[in-house]
Design a protein around this ligand. Structure first.
Ligand SMILES: [Zn+2]
Length: 151
């Protein structure tokens, strides 16, 4: 016999994928939009402070965040290399020292600036690709009740 209701009838529909990704890009929880997601600038909390969502759902979470960060860096390097090649066509004989120094500085600063965003964006993408199961939703609700001192 069909019970007549689904999980979304009880806990509500999750936000759209665009909303989750936008929240992730803004260093927020993809599920609820809370800003209470970092312990420090670099370290993601185990759970969201707003909804109890566990960010690192499985081993290897950091690899996805690292990969996103690496893709941003390599996209900037590729764009810079292409711009330099175009510029070089009008300036034959120009040296390589300055572009290599700029590339090295970017290789250090870009990951430094974007890693927190990469973590929350990856958590949002993970949530879009793998919606929460009922046990995860209950786990998050239990975590929030224990924080609030509920039953
Ligand atoms: Zn949340």
């Amino acid at each position: 016999m069909d019970a007549g209701f689904e999980v979304v009838d009880v806990v509500g529909r999750p936000p759209s994928w665009a909303t989750m990704v936008r929240r992730g890009l803004r260093r927020r929880c993809g599920r609820c939009g809370s800003r209470e997601v970092f312990e420090t600038r670099w370290r993601l909390r185990e759970r969201c402070g707003g909804c109890g969502y566990r960010f690192k759902r499985e081993p290897g979470f950091a690899l996805g965040a690292w990969f996103l960060n690496f893709m941003v860096l390599e996209s900037v390097h590729l764009a810079g290399a292409m711009a330099y090649i175009v510029w070089l066509s009008g300036h034959p004989g120009a040296g390589l020292v300055a572009p290599l120094l700029v590339g090295a500085v970017l290789a250090v600063t870009i990951p430094f600036l974007t890693y927190p965003h990469s973590q929350t964006l990856w958590a949002a993408i993970d949530l879009v690709m793998t919606p929460m199961e009922l046990d995860e939703i209950v786990d998050a609700m239990d975590a929030m009740e224990s924080v609030r001192g509920g039953p």
